[in-house]
Write a protein that binds this ligand. Structure first.
Ligand code: NCD
Length: 306
């Protein structure tokens, strides 16, 4: 195992395979502790972690908070609404103010792509990117990769197909980078209006426009939500039509009985996925959520030197 030399986690692009493996091993060691507050580890005692979420979140925010608490850190949830940002203070000033109060790590989700890279230049605490616009969501890719790594033992040669709105998805971008680090094969499938142009050349993935072909090719389907909040109008004719062509329903098991299902959440049932598939024994969705806490414990402790 290598020594983890990073102070920040901004994107998967900055990590080596050895870095990711180190995070996986640490997360595995934390797994027995991540579901219960009975055993609080002391790894981050004396550290202060601030969560600043400028976009909605359930899983990512709560799991970062639980992860920090399980390791005995002090956790502060910064509320943008009602803060001095509303009085015209800049984000940078706000972050430097929090740092002056003793913040050791800032976990930030923000609609502006690249915001974590900008902040890193101006602060000395650790910055953790919890999703920046359409750009990166490194801890989601880590927990997705960890789920596959634990189940399959390795990712080399595994065929993972991302289904749906690839264009607006930071989950897709970070997943592609991580899967390539480990020699997995990546496919993308969705309507062409929701797939970046030249995706094959730029991202080195296989493009499918036919869902049945994608399912027959893949070992794992990672199903994504339609990100309406980032979409111009007219990219999808209707929800019903999207569901008819790209919805993951029980039909996928007729095409390939042993395909696995993932979803980062939140799910829009009846659009990209049906509940019977989400709850089927071939779904990793619950495990992904549990693994999210262990992965975030590992990231916090490696970055903060615990
Ligand atoms: C994703 C996100 O926020 O990018 N969700 C998550 O973090 N669990 C995907 C999404 O919002 O669809």
């Amino acid at each position: 195992m290598t020594a983890f030399q990073h102070r920040h986690l901004l994107g998967i692009e900055d990590l080596s395979r050895a870095d990711v493996e180190q995070i996986f091993h640490r997360a595995e060691a934390y797994l027995p502790y991540c579901r219960s507050a009975l055993y609080r580890l002391a790894d981050l005692r004396g550290k202060t972690v601030v969560l600043a979420f400028f976009e909605p979140s359930t899983r990512t925010r709560v799991s970062f908070e639980l992860a920090a608490r399980r390791l005995s850190a002090d956790v502060v949830s910064f509320q943008a609404l009602g803060s001095s940002l509303a009085k015209g203070e800049s984000l940078l000033d706000t972050v430097q103010t929090l740092e002056a109060m003793g913040m050791d790590a800032l976990v930030i989700r923000h609609p502006a792509a690249g915001i974590s890279w900008l902040l890193r230049e101006h602060v000395s605490c650790s910055i953790i990117n919890a999703g920046d616009g359409q750009h990166e969501h490194p801890t989601q890719a880590l927990l997705d990769g960890f789920t596959l790594w634990r189940h399959f033992g390795q990712l080399q040669g595994l065929r993972v197909c991302l289904i749906g709105d690839i264009l607006h998805s930071r989950v897709a971008r970070s997943n592609i980078a991580l899967l390539h680090l480990f020699g997995a094969e990546v496919g993308v499938c969705g309507p062409l209006t929701l797939i970046p142009r030249n995706v094959e050349q730029i991202f080195g993935v296989r493009l499918f426009t036919d869902l049945q072909e994608a399912v027959r090719w893949a070992d794992v389907l990672n199903v994504l939500r339609l990100q309406w909040e980032r979409m111009e109008s007219g990219l999808v004719p209707s929800v019903e039509e999207y569901h008819r062509w790209f919805g993951i329903t029980a039909r996928v098991f007729e095409w390939k009985a042993d395909v696995w299902i993932m979803h980062p959440g939140p799910v829009n049932y009846g659009v990209e996925l049906t509940p019977d598939v989400a709850l089927s024994p071939r779904s990793f969705i619950r495990q992904q959520v549990t693994h999210g806490v262990a992965i975030r414990m590992a990231v916090l402790s490696l970055l903060l030197g615990g």
